[in-house]
Design a binder for this molecule. Structure first.
Ligand code: TZP
Ligand code: MG
Length: 225
């Protein structure tokens, strides 16, 4: 399966972001606006709600032919029929996840250093979520703010490995900085395949038009295949 990482929506179910709106409605608006992949990220609800919500989201993403990725939870990915998982450095390792998931599952992992990135590529990650780009109120317990300079170093290192792996940047990315993020992160041998966004789409008053604006601004990016 080729994965289009160009505009990667990460969900957030907190009241500050949803502002009384329904999660599925907000995600569907973002899909109408052109997000190319969706990650269900929910750090608060219990397992039953996670599976139920993941199934609802999956029914929607399938209509847009967009993969659904589940944050942290391999079990929820399997139970909901989602296309993949996104793991953190403290979650189940990639090799263990591969044993549980179907062979064609997409596995992504968060990395913030060259060492973490090299290890993830060696273990067969399909894509890396590289961050934290900029400090963000959405996730305040981030270890490392790496900026475009740190992101570029990671891209250079994985470009040198000459393996098929996607790369998205995450953290504080919005309509005002997205083009600079892409441009300044470009290494000699690899650029970003996309950007991951939470609040600038999920928290927008009009998530569809926010996504459309992102698509316009990143449309020069080649899709990851
Ligand atoms: N991982 C690193 S930063 C972040 C995650 C999940 C949150 C990014 O949110 P926003 O609102 O796009 O800055
Ligand atoms: Mg995690």
């Amino acid at each position: 399966m080729s994965i289009n990482l160009s505009l990667y929506l990460v969900t957030d179910s907190t009241p500050a972001i949803l502002k009384g709106r329904d999660l599925c409605t907000v995600v569907e608006e973002a899909l109408k606006g052109g997000v190319s992949i969706v990650q269900y990220r929910d750090k608060t609800n219990d397992t039953g709600v996670l599976v139920e919500t993941a199934k609802k989201l999956h029914a929607i993403t399938q209509r847009y032919n967009v993969p659904l990725i589940i944050n942290d939870r391999v079990d929820v990915a399997i139970a909901s029929g989602a296309e993949g998982v996104h793991l953190g450095q403290d979650d189940m390792d990639i090799e263990a996840a591969k044993k549980l998931l179907p062979g064609n599952a997409i596995i992504g992992i968060s990395v913030s250093s060259v060492e973490e990135a090299r290890r993830a590529v060696e273990q067969g990650a399909d894509y890396l979520g590289i961050g934290t780009m900029f400090a963000t109120p959405t996730k305040t317990n981030t270890k490392n703010i790496i900026g475009t300079a740190g992101t570029k170093k990671i891209l250079e290192a994985i470009g040198d490995m000459d393996r098929k792996v996607g790369a998205v940047s995450i953290g504080g990315i919005n309509l005002s900085n997205v083009q600079r993020v892409i441009f300044q992160s470009q290494a000699s041998n690899k650029g970003l395949d996309g950007v991951a966004v939470v609040s600038a789409i999920m928290g927008a008053d009009d998530p569809k038009s926010a996504a459309q604006e992102f698509v316009k601004r990143i449309s020069t990016l080649p899709p990851f295949a």
